[in-house]
Design a protein around this ligand. Structure first.
Ligand code: ATP
Length: 245
């Protein structure tokens, strides 16, 4: 049995940064975006299906997928977008399942699912972890790191679920409003009280707790127990950093 964790957060909130830290702590991270690229690499059945549906014009001279071209085609036509999703999504699901099945018993399996809230997918996971930043910081980071204008960033953020909606489904919230060094410290230095290391009492919690447990009530901190193999979550013992913004 594994602990299935859905990791989500707004665009640019820091999901990849958190994923990397979870992976470094021993979690099995399943990255749907990366898998979506793998299943259409040259020589795959996925790419063959795409070419059958959209024609060889979606290939580059080296035989790989011309993503911008395919993007243009499906952007303009919802029906074609549905066809593309119909090819890619089942392959991504199958590969994700394969990776999960290969995980050791007791592993924490983390799936980075950007639109978990929007697509109402919380029920697929034992635990939902939300990476949270105030919109102001999200905007700053998108403008700085993503080559987006502030207006573009605002539009992308507005198209996603609200911060409140995401927080409403969170089992654990990771506050990523400070520096990356602080995010590291959150993982490394916090100590755990007696409630840590115990599986959540929620009905969806696994009967046999994985060795490194992500547990705790809503608004818990994800934090590392010194000496533990993985990250665990403690009930929050600090003032609520979300309440002021
Ligand atoms: P997307 O929604 O596009 O998948 P994401 O949620 O995975 O994004 P990241 O890629 O992890 O977000 O972070 C977005 C950018 O902000 C990256 O350049 C990352 O290094 C930077 N970043 C993330 N967290 C912090 C932080 N605490 N301090 C400074 N920069 C950060």
């Amino acid at each position: 049995m594994v602990l299935r964790v859905g990791l989500t957060g707004g665009i640019g909130s820091g999901k990849s940064e958190v994923s990397r830290r979870l992976a470094a702590q021993g979690a099995v991270v399943i990255d749907a975006d990366q898998i979506a690229r793998e299943v259409v690499e040259p020589g795959t059945a996925g790419l063959a299906d795409i070419v059958r549906e959209f024609g060889p014009e979606v290939l580059l001279p080296d035989g790989s997928l011309n993503r911008p071209r395919l993007g243009e085609i499906v952007f303009a036509d919802p029906e074609l977008r549905g066809k593309l999703n119909g090819i890619v999504h089942p392959l991504v699901r199958a590969r994700s399942q394969e990776l999960e099945d290969a995980a050791e018993p007791g592993a924490i399996v983390v799936q980075d699912v950007p639109l978990l809230t929007e697509n109402n997918l919380a029920g697929l996971f034992d635990l939902v972890v939300v990476v949270d930043v105030p919109p102001r910081i999200q905007l700053d980071r998108l403008a700085k790191h993503r080559d987006m204008s502030r207006d573009q960033a605002k539009a992308r953020m507005a198209a996603q679920a609200s911060r409140a909606d995401r927080l409403a489904i969170a089992g654990i919230v990771i506050d990523n409003s400070a520096s990356l060094a602080e995010l590291d410290r959150t993982g490394r230095s916090a100590t755990c009280g007696p409630s840590c290391g115990a599986a959540s009492s929620s009905a969806r919690a696994p009967a046999r707790a994985p060795s490194a447990v992500l547990a705790g009530g809503r608004k818990s901190l994800l934090t590392a127990r010194p000496g533990a193999a993985g990250w665990v979550a403690c009930r929050r013992r600090r003032p609520d950093p979300w309440s002021s913004s």
